[in-house]
Design a protein. Structure first.
Length: 559
């Protein structure tokens, strides 16, 4: 995205940052952070937050930190850390020296907890998980004061120290904030700050057996890093009073939290838990399955970082929850690849076309345009012979007047080649068409007739002499309904999976396709945009993932 485009961006968060700069609220500083939990792979929803966090910093000569909120070792893994670093870099953003972890601050966070106990703002509670919920109550009914809330500061300090020293069983005690058990906001009803959890941490090993909760650690991390604008999605809006209260109670520097609406896409689930279910249940081949909304899945499918950034820019930043049509994401990759991807010839569902009056042993080379949108892309040579492959759907024995492709007695143009006229078909015993026979007009080489006659239909083809075959994966929406999360209480979101989300084909292709390196994007003419899978392709044997069709087939289904 160009600097000029960045300058056009405007939303309530950018307006707020501009006001803060003008008033000198943070001494002219802009420090944001992208704070993922390393318990899963990033998805397209995270891309919106990444583009906002890093974009705000870049636009205001500030810095954006990449920080891992690694406070739950039971669900976290270095695999996720590595994947997140790769994904953020792939999107085009860099944090320089500002890579941080919550675990960097465990000692400081512990000291803040001790300070809160000393100031009478935290206490140790022995309620079980079920009893904790019972005492907390519900929004329409105040909670009950937990036992131990009136312990002395000395007792609480002693118990908390013993929690750290590993003297108690997991779950036997928690440290809670002393706030208000009657608050209408459940998050303010003496929330847990620390819990006992004997789990090996991917960075600190077994040094700690107590870990801070996300709510307690997150604001302190922002404070320690001197963040100015802590940007979160709307589900954290009800947590903001706690965020502010804890920072005040710890008597530390206070950033400001601002919330924006998360990204929701049609035919997609965004929950890490549900995506993990799909992976562990083998409904998909892994986190990088090209049908997944994960950034590694989109990358493997062939999406570009530029198209995703433009999509995030187009979605915009608001406080209104909404559902974005996935076709908008597809529009941005199609728009980019229309300008940048070379065109090639591939036939997905082949039937043989025989040109009876073409010399049997002759193979000629015809000139094909690589990209009509980019003259500098030049041309290439494609072989042409007596026997070709065409799409089965491009021929009908009987057709109405709206069908402009090949039918008996009709003349059509072969792309870059000649005019041909269908003279008959050959069928097998079951009546299946095996060959379509034609004659050609040698005077129409290159696809134009010298006498000026015109044809309405143009079809693509692949020469049976000199071409080859490749594996192609045709992808459809992973879910068959717009809102796959909307299921009855007795149902399961996986009931909405689309059984036809993946189809495997063996396509006939021109020679240039066989030489494509892994990671190459192209357009199969009249079919769509494809990407040679960087994971499964090998030299001379590319495997292609469909990025997106040329037309929205789902729009047709809806009519």
């Amino acid at each position: 995205m160009s600097k000029a485009e960045d300058e056009l961006l405007s939303d309530f968060i950018r307006d707020k940052v501009a006001d803060d700069l003008q008033t000198g609220k943070y001494d002219g500083r802009v420090v944001t952070r992208f704070p993922p939990e390393p318990n899963g792979y990033l998805h397209i929803g995270h891309a919106k937050a990444i583009c906002l966090d890093f974009g705000i910093a870049e636009e205001n000569n500030g810095v954006c930190h990449l920080r891992f909120d690694d406070t739950n070792p039971e669900k976290e893994d270095v695999e996720y850390v590595d994947s997140i670093i790769e994904d953020v870099h792939w999107l085009g953003f860099d944090w320089g020296e500002h890579l941080y972890y919550a675990s960097d601050y465990f000692e400081k966070i512990y000291d803040c907890a001790v300070k809160m106990i000393r100031n009478g703002k935290a206490y140790v509670c022995e309620l079980s998980v079920d009893a904790f919920k019972e005492y907390r109550g519900v929004p329409t009914r105040p909670g009950k004061l937990p036992p131990g809330r009136d312990r002395s500061i000395e007792e609480n300090l002693d118990l908390f120290g013993r929690m750290r020293n590993g003297e108690f069983e997991d779950g036997s005690y928690v440290l809670r904030a002393t706030i208000d058990m009657a608050s209408p906001n459940l998050h303010m009803r003496d929330p847990a700050l620390y819990r006992i959890k004997r789990a090996t941490h991917h960075r600190t090993g077994d040094t700690w057996c107590i870990y801070p909760t996300y709510d307690f650690a997150h604001g302190l991390e922002d404070s320690i890093e001197r963040v100015t604008h802590s940007l979160c999605t709307l589900e954290f809006e009800v947590h903001r009073p706690l965020y502010d209260w804890l920072l005040e109670a710890c008597e530390v520097y206070r950033p400001e939290q601002t919330e924006f609406s998360r990204l929701n896409l049609t035919y997609t689930v965004m929950s890490k838990r549900k995506l993990l279910e799909l992976v562990e249940g083998q409904y998909v081949s892994g986190w990088d399955d090209p049908r997944m909304p994960t950034l590694c899945g989109l990358r493997r499918r062939g999406y570009t970082p530029e198209s995703i950034r433009r999509f995030c820019r187009g979605v915009g930043i608001t406080k209104v929850e909404s559902l974005t049509d996935i076709s908008l994401l597809e529009h941005h990759i199609k728009d980019e690849l229309n300008r940048t991807a070379n065109r090639v010839l591939a036939v997905m569902d082949p039937v043989k076309l025989v040109i009876d009056n073409y010399p049997e042993d002759q193979v000629e080379e015809l000139e094909a345009v690589n990209n009509p949108e980019d003259e500098s892309a030049g041309t290439r040579k494609v072989p042409f012979s007596r026997e070709l492959w065409i799409e089965r759907e491009d021929f009908r024995e009987e057709a109405n007047r709206k069908f402009y492709r090949l039918t008996p007695g009709r003349e059509v143009r072969l792309r870059y080649a000649y005019f041909v006229t269908c003279t008959g078909v050959v069928k097998d015993e079951a009546g299946e068409i095996q060959e379509v026979h034609c004659t050609y007009d040698p005077a129409t080489r290159g696809g134009d007739a010298p006498d000026g006659r015109r044809v309405k239909g143009t079809i693509h083809w692949v020469s049976a002499a000199g071409g080859g075959e490749v594996d192609v994966r045709m992808y459809d929406r992973l879910f068959s309904v717009e809102r796959p999360d909307d299921v009855p209480e007795s149902g399961d979101f996986k009931d909405n999976l689309n059984p036809d989300s993946l189809k495997l084909l063996r396509a006939k292709v021109e020679p240039a396709i066989l030489d494509m390196a892994p990671g190459t994007r192209c357009q199969f003419e009249r079919k769509g945009y494809f990407f040679s899978d960087p994971k499964d392709s090998s030299e001379g044997a590319p495997v292609f993932n469909q990025i997106v069709p040329l037309r929205d087939s789902w729009a047709k289904r809806a009519k």
